[in-house]
Design a protein around this ligand. Structure first.
Ligand SMILES: [Zn+2]
Length: 209
């Protein structure tokens, strides 16, 4: 068994250093060993936001204050204080119930005075922008919630069809329209079926998305 603590060599017993310090490495030899290894990683870093739902893509709905009014946004798709629609440009808010009912009556009026055929042509043209004739007059627009875009012509047609079918059923039609009065996102029942809201967009901001 060797002594773990050997006595230090006597002074003056070191081998003489070569003049010029360390000898140069032989040509073509291996590179000098690295000066120690890097510290080992403490496991893998956790992936960013792993396990957390990726939500709130554009707007601040669901969490934080409303970008339009600064109040608590709430958990609905529209601000419960001002009607700002989550995920849409600041200032795009749901139309008031009064305006919605005015629009329904204006639509009927336009349908009659254009003898239906004018209304149909008009509707075909403006439906591309998420509107019907009355909505185009009043600067309103239908927004499809899953896409956060104005409704396409096809989506407008489906919405119109659902609205006609529901409207043809007594009581259900009236109840569907009155739903706007108490719904948190000011949706009529046909809006709920096709997942849409109606917003004011006089400045056509949603056409520039
Ligand atoms: Zn708000």
């Amino acid at each position: 068994m060797s002594d773990p603590n050997p006595p230090p060599p006597p002074p003056g017993d070191y081998p003489p250093q070569q003049p010029g310090g360390y000898p140069p490495p032989p040509p073509g030899g291996p590179p000098p060993p690295p000066q120690g290894y890097p510290p080992p990683q403490q496991g893998y870093p956790p992936p960013a936001a792993y396990g957390q739902p990726v939500y709130a893509p554009q707007g601040a709905y669901g969490a934080g204050p409303c970008p339009n009014c600064g109040q608590v946004f709430g958990t609905e798709r529209t601000c419960q204080n001002c009607g700002q629609v989550g995920g849409l440009p600041t200032g795009i808010r749901t139309s008031s119930a009064g305006k919605r009912f005015g629009e329904i009556f204006l639509e009927l009026l336009l349908f009659i005075v254009t003898l239906a055929i004018g209304w149909l042509i008009w509707a075909f043209i403006v439906s591309k922008n998420g509107q019907g004739p009355a909505k185009s007059v009043l600067g309103m627009r239908v927004v499809k919630l899953p896409t956060s875009r104005h409704a396409t012509r096809g989506e407008m047609f489906v919405r119109w069809l659902v609205k006609r079918i529901m409207g043809a059923i007594p009581i259900v039609g009236l109840l569907s329209a009155l739903w706007i009065l108490w719904d948190k996102n000011r949706q009529a029942l046909w809006d709920k079926v096709v997942d849409t809201v109606v917003v004011d967009d006089k400045e056509k901001r949603l056409l520039q998305q």
